[in-house]
Design a protein around this ligand. Sequence first.
Ligand code: MN
Length: 422
Amino acid sequence: MSVRDHLSMMDDVQILDSFIEADSSEVTRILQKNQDVTVHFKNLNGGEAAGNLLSTREKMAKAMNVGVCDISELLDKAIAHPEPTLFTENPEFRYRCTEDVNLLSLPIPKYFPEDGGRYITAGVIIAEWEGKRNISFHRMMVMDKNHLAVRLVPRHLFTMHKLAKKAGKELDISICVGVCPCALLAAATSLDFGVDELEVASAIRKSALGQPMLVGRTDNGLLVPANADYVFEAKLTFETTAEGPFVDITGTYDQVRQEPVIRVEKMWTCKDPIFHLLLPGGYEHYLLMGMPREPVMLKTVRQAVPRTHAVRLTEGGCCWLHGVVSITKNKEGDGINAIMAAFTGHPSLKHVVIVDEDIDIFDDRQVEWAIATRFQADRMLRIEGAAGSSLDASSSGTTWKVGIDATIPLGREKEFQKGVLD
Ligand code: MN
């Protein structure tokens, strides 16, 4: 599914024909106004772009052809059972090719005034090293016509880059923009090193839409989603440069760091490509980052508390720092055990609330009601000096973590339940 295909199956797309300058932050103003609305920019710096494509759980569910509550289960299955991809000689992205790449001419915006530059935010990087493939999201700052500064947090691509450097080689990568939701979600997962996220994407696609992920080959030998709107063939070089500042998931400016430089060597595009814009710190950003963590947390908490029903990383906590878990307790103390397991399942988690199964965890007011009526501070777990998210502006190297057990004390259900009408 190209971005255009995706837009054509939505019924609430706002179309903007007017010219928008890449450096003006106008894109951010428009996308922030109402994040429930998908926007198709017809002329962003001369090109087409789209934002808020997957900014609600409902949009995500619709694109994947499932119910909102079923996404977690679907992801869980796909992560456990990756599926082979399907190769095609004629992928959509191989429509047009240029080696005279000019990133400055593309519809890539600067999102916030103090950002270090214009940023690719929905870019998925594909790399291979010694037979292992990795797909991951990275923010990439445009430096000039054909160079990008890439933020590499110490995960799999970081490791591949390090191994390649040790072997004296620049790492071949392909950067894809405008890939389908299945590939986006797979790219956002954190699996074991060597697990092929492309096959996870294929499994998501197979259980969602009944078809495997179609892939094509770039000239550097890498397999990439066939339906990507833009594919850049590039090298992850030995050079580093100042990357940032950049407003990231928490909505605050992330600091400037020395990060690797990417040299872009070739650009492929599909017919009439549309650049996918991921609004930094917006709901789409939250959901893509957070939703793939939910099934992992669910599994971990279930090991501690067998009757764990659902896990949600809440939008108010950027779908990253705050979680809610609903359980049915077998014994007193299960709430506290669930807290510990939730922190294990998602190391960036900072605050978590455990509730009983009668609370709808997708409704913030119900969760707060549970805290208000079922919780006293003696059932709070405080952990000092843990590793947390580098994106949390309030953390000072390490993080305090707090878990709230807002479940009803066993045996006292009658006193705590809501009055209901017959
Ligand atoms: Mn990986």
